[in-house]
Design a protein around this ligand. Sequence first.
Ligand SMILES: *Cc1c(COP(=O)(O)O)cnc(C)c1O
Length: 259
Amino acid sequence: MAAVAHSHGVPLVVDNTFATPYLFRPFEFGADIVCYSATKYLAGHGTLIGGLVVEKGGFNWFNGRFPQIETFFNSFKESIGEEELRKTLFTKRLRIVYLTDLGAHLSPMSSFLLLQGMETLSLRMDRHVENARKVASFLDSHPAVREVSHASLPGNPYHKLARKYFLRGPGAILSIRLKGGSDAALHVLKSVQIFDYMVNVGDAKSLIVHPSTSTHFSQLEEERQAAGVFEDGLRLSVGIEDVEDLIADLQQVLNSIPV
Ligand SMILES: *Cc1c(COP(=O)(O)O)cnc(C)c1O
């Protein structure tokens, strides 16, 4: 993807929110810009809304495709200096236009919560990944479950790629489809005790959602199908609780569904 982007003179931008820098480092594979919703794993506790944009530097923004960046460069080359500006031109423009001029700053309290959350990122991610593997494997073996989508499972179409790119594990967001259709999915959603019904992901707590009636409700049926969002589906964000509690929680609900 990086090669295709670069042959067309465009940067490769990767949203690395679900992996975090602990599980995957896109710059090592040719990305130019990496962005994160820090609201998720980076902060880790659902206590703030924030985001990060990280620029590798060295992308040629002067190939005629980016007039807004050239205009910015010309306005600031005297005051900041050409060399300094060129190092990270994209994020310099973000800082000056969106933070300084428009005021889209993170609040001090949110910054504090984010920095404190990041101190435990590696510990949390190891546990998220380990729990997700076990939850995925449990769900995959349950007779009420039609399908589990998580790259840790050998039958998953992304399993081989995940083993190549995600040496520490393929994250902790997974989706399932139930044999009992949307009734079964809504029953699980309402009956779980530990998983919280929440449209967020990447929290220390386990979260569950029915995407077709929440995150994706405004899309057309065919758009949902193309995105892999089905009425019998649930998305799970596996947290860092004791995994036996998580499995027991899912088990008590799934066992109550007639197969
Ligand atoms: C949540 C999310 C966003 C949006 O970020 P907010 O912090 O909620 O504004 C973007 N990308 C991914 C992958 C996300 O999970």
